[in-house]
Design a protein around this ligand. Structure first.
Ligand code: ASP
Length: 312
């Protein structure tokens, strides 16, 4: 029996087209994916909703929350077997992770997008949408959390990141790899996530800053955020989780003000740990009260802290 899938569009290149006059990629007045739905209905019975039509750099945590509210309302009123969301690829991993943290469904929620717009040669949008629908309709996709499907690979929202500015194989999960693959005849899962964090959130009322740490960085920018109304900060530290010594004054200032300071590594493999005891080393930071967020990228650690602060 065919599964029922809720398909929510939010915009992005997958819903855009190339303007032959200017050579620019533009938002289409009518979603070009709508023309393909009859074809995709062979894999599932689709109910379509246009949530927004935005390029993904225009997506904010408030929009992510709006999407979560819309999704939960639909699923409550008309239970479905899975949800597919089309999204611009630039911030797709952030919306996926926001939904990973703020929902706790057993049914799959699958995000997909495209690197080439609808009328470009080699456009990957319809293919990725079809793959995402097939994954959302697969029994094995249940209880795997929020997934990201592009280019025949299935990734978790927690680990996936956009690694290339233009390649169709841009979405990768550094260190962990995909948890499954899409083939012509099947959906194969070869791994499953071990655990899931749930942070129910009803409003976005806090501000979290993020800094990539660099050689020679000083404390001035860090110190400024407490007077700018920020409620917490994520630092993408060096190597195993270290910062230049000149940052200690700024970090101490924020901790004294009661702001959580979260440390991840700016390396995209490995995790931040409290190893080095020198001035600015991870051990010193941990002793000061800096919290280590193991294995998350800066942008995901930032969303997690934001949701933690907003859900208390
Ligand atoms: N800039 C586009 C966006 O994120 C890229 C894409 O969708 O692939 O909306």
């Amino acid at each position: 029996m065919k599964k029922n899938i809720l398909l929510i569009h939010t915009g992005g290149t997958i819903s855009m087209e190339l303007d032959s006059k200017t050579g620019g990629v533009i938002l289409s007045a009518a979603n070009p994916l709508a023309l393909e739905i009859d074809n995709i209905q062979q894999f599932a019975t689709i109910t379509e909703v246009e949530a927004f039509n935005l390029p993904s750099p225009h997506i904010t945590p408030e929009k992510m929350l709006e999407l979560r509210v819309l999704l939960t309302k639909h699923v409550k009123n008309n239970p479905v077997d899975g949800v597919v969301i089309t999204h611009g690829t630039d911030t797709l991993e952030e919306t996926a992770y926001f939904l990973e943290l703020s929902t706790n469904y057993d049914i799959p929620i699958v995000l997909t997008g495209a690197m080439r717009s609808s009328n470009e040669i080699g456009s990957d949008g319809v293919y990725n949408l079809m793959s995402a629908v097939r994954v959302a309709a697969a029994d094995d996709a249940n209880t795997k959390g929020v997934l990201v499907v592009l280019n025949d690979e299935i990734h978790t929202a927690t680990n996936v990141t956009k690694t290339h500015s233009s390649s169709v194989s841009t979405f990768q999960s550094p260190q962990y790899g995909p948890i499954g693959i899409v083939t012509k005849s099947d959906i194969h899962f070869h791994h499953a996530p071990l655990s899931r964090t749930y942070l129910p959130v009803e409003s976005i009322s806090k501000k979290v800053a993020m800094f990539k740490i660099y050689a020679g960085m000083e404390s001035d920018l860090l110190i400024s955020i407490s007077s700018l109304g920020y409620d917490g900060v994520v630092l993408e530290g060096l190597g195993q989780g270290n910062v230049p010594p000149a940052l200690i004054v700024g970090i101490r200032h924020l901790l004294d003000q009661g702001l959580p300071v979260i440390l991840v590594s700016r390396c995209f493999n490995g995790i931040a740990q409290d190893i080095y005891a020198y001035e600015g080393g991870g051990k010193m930071l941990k002793d000061m009260g800096v919290r280590f967020e193991h294995g998350l990228s800066g942008q995901k650690a930032r969303l997690k802290l934001l949701l933690e602060l907003c859900s208390v």
